[in-house]
Structure formats: structure tokens, C-alpha cells
Design a protein around this ligand. Sequence first.
Ligand SMILES: Cc1ncc(COP(=O)(O)O)c(C=O)c1O
Length: 442
Amino acid sequence: MQGETNQSLSSLEIIDRSSKYIAGGVVSLNRKVSPGIVFDSAEGSKLYDVDGREYIDYHAAFAPYLLGHNFPYVNDAAIKSLSDGWSLMGSGTNYWEATLSQMLCESVPSLELVQITNTGSEATAHAIRLSRAYTGRDHIILPLGGYNGWHNEVARKVMTTIDEIGPRVSPGEYPFMAMSGGIPEDTKKVVHIVNFNDLGSVEYVMKKYPIACVMTEPVLQNVGIVSPNPGYLKGLIELCERHGSLCVFDEVKTGFRTGLGGYQEYCGVKPHLSVFGKAVANGFPLGVIGGKRGIMELFNDPDDKKRVLIAGTYNAHPVNTAAAIATIEFLRRDGVYESIDKSSHLLYDGLKMLFDEKGIASTLANNKSAFCAYFCNEAPQDLHDVLKNHNFQLDLTYRQELIKRGVYHIPIPCKQGSVSYSHTEEDINKTLEITREVLKVI
Ligand SMILES: Cc1ncc(COP(=O)(O)O)c(C=O)c1O
């Protein structure tokens, strides 16, 4: 290995080494896809593979790159943090975590206090534990088709088949279908799965069990883009308040990508707790949990029987904290979100026109720069709509053919596409040209 660089090996040799030493040959289950391209570098809107091929990227590593890959303003801040001598002191607080926390509270109206983690999963785990401690209850409600991380309570199957979930049940609930082995049966019993956009089922479950919290992505962005019906999110918060539960928005995907105030500000509601990740540090690992002071203060309750543990060697690591500060600073600049919106709509309008020309049933579902081309006539309202109406095989072929021609969407049907600040008009036009070619062969 001495003298070897990342460019010395062919993609096959790298795949071979990975499969010898990594359990499953790839880290993080969702990255196991076909074609299994070995990427080598990325810049702005582009990915480059080991064989020197260039791709316009809409995967954005599962969405964090809102500004683009290796974005200079963010990278410079991360590099400067090291050259300025920041290190993980692991004792007391510091200027940078104080500053980032202030910026987070200034950005999202519902955040009165925050805590900082490394990942979204850590933040959702803390939100559940905090809700349980605050309410003294164990049960939680999650939506069908949502994803909130890998830990026991939330690791249910995201994408299922219609046979697995059966017909729509309302009011009612669905069994917890685990996405992982090793989840205790007792855990499954306290997690209640209901359809998105179905307040009746939330209330039905709340009347049957003592619910600590309802945790939901405000827009389901792990089965494409499934938007809340008007009044749904407000209704959810009201139901929680009526039944003594907390409403937790998982804004790991929607936060900062929708706008500085998250999806919650965009639709004018204030959940009790919220969780952020991904775009908040433009690709550097950082998660956030925050919300109402009276709930968040349980992390520091003087009574150690009530106090909720939050700990993590790497919480608010200086490099990631510097990246998050720089990301928010950049996002605050005039015209940044407008520019991303403009590129996004150029793409959406162009794609819609091409699909219509070809006569393919399609709906371009989007939440700002996050989008999904569903091959069906209407935007889905829940997982049942996605499973019943979307043409999964066509979606997979579409993605694979785009990849062959240099446009990268992860080859998993329904996975969100993400436009960034780095996507240029030229990128979008080239994407549309390539899409036109693809539509001739699928
Ligand atoms: C909505 C949502 N919540 C939580 C998570 C988990 O975040 P992480 O992968 O940083 O642990 C994800 C990851 O995709 C997500 O999409």
C-alpha cells in the first residue's frame, strides 16, 4: 500500500478490497446499489468516478449538499478551524458552539434552546428519550413511509410492498415492520405506525395509548416527496396538545433546504421539538435537536432522576461546527435561496415538458430544491398512493439510463433528487438534453 494513491487502483480492485474488509462491502446499507460506481472526487454540482467519468449530481449524498460539493466558503472555514488551532477540547463550552447555537435559534423560530450531535439519528434518538422523560410515557407514533434514522424505535421499513402493508387502514395503525434484526419485541409494541396525512388515525392511537410524542418528517422525503395536506401539520400539533403528547418535526431533510427557518417556518407552525442534520453543515456531520425551553431544560435538570442524558465525545466537533457556521452565514446572503429556487424550477419545468411530450404519466413532486419524478398522474398523499400508482420499474430504468449518460440519481426508485446552489443553467440544460435522449430509449 505504500506509495499507493486513490488513483492507483481500478474500480474493480477497490470493490474487491472493500468486499474483503468491509462487512457487506459498503458502509451504510443504502449505498449498496447497482451500478456500484466507485466515485473519486466531487466539486460543486459534479461527481467524478475512478474511471474519470463526470456526472451531474442530483443525489447530493442523500441531500446534505445544498450549496454543492466541496463548497469553498464552507471548506475554507473547516480548514481554517484547524489551522487556527481549534481542537476538540472536550471540556466546557467554547465560542464556536455558542455562536452556532445562537445562529440556529435565530434561524428557526421554534428553537429556544438547542443541543448539537453528530448525526440526525442521534438527534432523533434524543428527541424520543426527551419526550418520554417530559411526558412520563413510553409510546410513540411514527408515519408509514417515514425515515428517522437507524436506532431501534424508528428502524421500520421505509419502502414496502402494498402486499406487506395491506389496504389503507383509517382510523387504525399498521404493524411495526422492522428494517433490522435485533430490535426487541417490547420496543415494537410501543411504536405505533399510522399513515401520513391521516389525523384520524393519530387521534385513534392517542386515545388507546399514552403517547409521548408523534415524530414526523413534515414532508415525507424518503419515499420521494409526499407533502402534508393543508392543515395536517397544524392539526398534528393541536392533537398532541390536546392529548398531552409532544410533536417532534424531523427536519433532517427539510431543514435549511426548505429555508433557514425549516419547513415549519415555511408553513407557519411551531412544533414542540425539532431535529435537523444534513444541509445544516453542507455535508459535514452535524445534527441538532432543539425546541421549547421547558422541555430542553430537562437536559440539565437539577434532579438526576429527571435529567435526560446527552453526551457525545464528538458533539459539536470544531471542524463540523465551523462548517455549519459558514453554511448558515452563506445561506443568509441575499439571493442564495432565490438562485437555488430558480435552478430547481428550470429543471422541474423542463422535465415536466419532456415527460408530457413523451406522453408518460408523471408528476414532478417537489419541496423547494428537493424533488421526485413520480411516474403516475397525481402527487401521492401517503405511502399507499406511492406503492399503488408509481411505476417503480420505469423509475429504476430511467435512473440507470441517466447514469449511463452522466446524470447521477441514486438508482433506487423514489429517492429524492436535490438541486444545489452550484447547479448552473448549463448543468440544468445538459440534464434536460440527456433526459430527452433517455426518454427515447425507455
Ligand atoms: C428524515 C431523516 N431523519 C433522520 C435521518 C438520519 O440522519 P443520519 O443519517 O445523519 O443519522 C435521515 C437520514 O437520511 C433522514 O432522512
